[in-house]
Design a protein around this ligand. Sequence first.
Ligand SMILES: C[S@@+](CC[C@H](N)C(=O)[O-])C[C@H]1O[C@@H](n2cnc3c(N)ncnc32)[C@H](O)[C@@H]1O
Length: 242
Amino acid sequence: MHKPGPPNDDATELTGLIERHRSAERPRVFTMLDRDWDLLPEVYAPVYATSTSLFTRWLRYPSGGSMLEVGCGAGLTAVTAALAGCRSVTALDINPAAVDNTRLNAERHGVADRVRVLHSDMFEALDDTDAFDLIFWNSNFVEAPADAAYPSELARAFFDPGYDSHERYLAGAGRHLRPGGRLYLGFSDLRNRTRLDEIAARRQYRIDTSAHEQRSTATTTVEFQLLEFTPLQPGTSGQPVS
Ligand SMILES: C[S@@+](CC[C@H](N)C(=O)[O-])C[C@H]1O[C@@H](n2cnc3c(N)ncnc32)[C@H](O)[C@@H]1O
């Protein structure tokens, strides 16, 4: 795929991004979307990645409604949702440091009473009856070999072996959506769109691009995309084609 702008080198971009996440200059507090945010070690750092601020601005939060953020990281999107008028927000992450970080930011911004934070692998820690008006995940974007092991908790923010987490996201989200609820994924062209399309088709979802924008860095140009998933037929969300 041709990308205008600086030389296109996605591997260099990814290596640089991970190095910045581990650098000594990594801030303990950063400012984004006009607010200050705590940032703990080993947590995905929105300050080094464009995706968090774009997706957080693009999402339409259900005023008075409920939201689930999968993979909440530092909690910027979940806390913004609560501040934007969501009655209740559930934020979950498989990385324990991200759980602590989201709790810190919910307290910092006075919404700890409206933001429930869970340590969870995908939807595992939810009750069967938990249902939301909006479900969102800014996913781990790089497909790793299916048998790859995570070298660190931070690596979970970048790599998805076999796209297993993407598969489980689309398999499980439908069970936690309220009727008329909306299902989104934060994606980009650094990710495996062919594989995502295949999973969505098998899980009987149509994909629409709700918002997109290209951003250039020194080494590449990336298009960020907010994707919405709609069941092809009512009542089929996430069920594989039989
Ligand atoms: C790209 S980061 C996004 C973090 C945050 N939402 C943001 O936008 O700054 C992806 C997040 O998904 C989490 N994650 C990866 N696999 C997961 C899983 N199976 N269950 C829950 N969270 C997961 C990672 O730990 C990471 O925090």
